[in-house]
Design a protein around this ligand. Structure first.
Ligand code: ZN
Length: 75
């Protein structure tokens, strides 16, 4: 099962936003997405049961879920 621990990869991620329940990170070092294995641009993590995303420009997304949160990887 793919997992992604933000704290394990903290050195490679720059935090852009944090509301307590959601956080947004920039991938500074080309970390691979745990879902598809390709580097991602941004990571959005949420512990909320439902979350609305802003419109996007047609980017591709991958989704990884663990016990605590859902991680959305934007490519
Ligand atoms: Zn991916």
């Amino acid at each position: 099962m793919p997992e992604f621990d933000v704290h394990e990869h903290r050195h490679a991620l720059k935090q852009l936003r944090d509301t307590g329940e959601t956080s947004l990170w920039e991938n500074r070092e080309g970390l691979a997405c745990p879902a598809c294995g390709e580097p991602f641009d941004r990571l959005f993590t949420t512990t909320k049961p439902s979350t609305r995303f802003p419109e996007n420009d047609g980017s591709r997304f991958c989704l990884v879920r663990d016990d605590d949160a859902v991680h959305l990887f934007r490519h």
